[in-house]
Design a protein around this ligand. Structure first.
Ligand code: A2P
Length: 279
């Protein structure tokens, strides 16, 4: 089995740099997909209340022969639960659905700057409670822009350990990544394959042919070389295995740079400054 490196977060906790994402994995497919991932060696699962599959993630981990402490699990706060009391209830419900008494990482899913009077600060202070209680071993945010992060830094006690944002070769996110690097906030790249869109890119294909890997493996390795945390999603056991095969090769600096230059600032998901969470 290939060794998956850990990244140490600013609070001293380790997170596996590579994991399994279950965004858009239907609940009825989740137990099988997560079980396949655990079987081939994934030890980090990224879910969210809004994915509707926390129950099944917990079930797959419970059915495996792994201990709770062997798997790093992240979940995220639902967009309709930003008010502190709602956030407390939602966090309890996430733990209950997963069947856990703690989460390794809990995130505010979207900043929603146009909702709740733009107040994501009191939401963050509620996550600080979960952290102090030890029920969230690390806390972080998702889809936060530098201006949102600056406010948390100015008004809160505990800095976010991670910012989970959309990153792929067509959306390299230089500004947010630069800000986070300066402030010791680890970057997690969601939809690292651009939902599959970047896999037919001629540059990616030609590098893949040269290094003898698949386009998906090249793109995932590009994320790893850049130091980001990555958790591709797949419901196909072959691809789940393929996506893990990225720790037996390296991409030379010029290939990393060539892929980074594919940037088009093209999102597949919503703009965090405009998204109100209601879709
Ligand atoms: P599938 O679930 O059928 O494997 P992202 O993680 O960027 O959101 O991308 C997920 C999409 O990429 C899914 O549609 C998934 O399809 C597909 N995918 C995941 N791994 C691979 C792979 N190794 N090769 C091709 N497509 C993949």
């Amino acid at each position: 089995m290939t060794a998956i490196p850990d990244i140490m977060l600013s609070n001293g906790q380790n997170i596996p740099q590579f994991g399994f994402g279950v965004f858009l994995v239907k609940p009825e497919e989740t137990v099988a997909a997560v079980s396949s991932a655990l079987q081939v060696g994934y030890r980090h699962i990224d879910t969210a209340e809004m994915y509707g599959n926390e129950n099944e993630v917990g079930e797959a981990i419970g059915r495996s022969d792994l201990d709770r402490g062997d798997v790093f699990v992240t979940s995220k706060l639902a967009n309709d639960a930003h008010e502190p009391d709602d956030a407390r209830r939602a966090f309890d419900e996430s733990l209950k659905a997963l069947g856990f008494d703690y989460l390794d990482l809990f995130l505010i899913h979207w900043p929603l700057p146009t909702r709740y009077d733009g107040d994501y600060v009191s939401t963050w202070k509620t996550l600080e409670e979960f952290y102090r209680e030890g029920r969230a071993r690390s806390i972080g945010v998702s889809n936060f822009q530098p201006r949102h992060l600056r406010r948390l830094h100015a008004e809160c006690d505990i800095p976010p350990a991670v910012n989970q944002i959309e990153v792929n070769p067509y959306l390299t996110q230089d500004e947010v990544r630069g800000f986070c690097a300066e402030h010791q906030i680890a970057i997690e790249a969601w939809s690292p394959l651009g939902r599959g869109n970047v896999l037919a890119d001629p540059m990616v294909e030609s590098i893949a042919r040269r290094v003898g890997k698949t386009p998906a493996q090249v793109v995932l390795r590009w994320h790893i070389e850049r130091g980001d945390i990555v958790f591709p999603k797949s419901v196909n056991p072959e691809r789940i295995k393929e996506n893990m095969g990225i720790f037996d090769f390296e991409l030379p600096g010029e290939d990393v740079e060539a892929i980074t230059l594919l940037n088009r600032d093209e999102r597949t998901g919503p703009d965090p400054d405009k998204f109100d969470g209601r879709r």
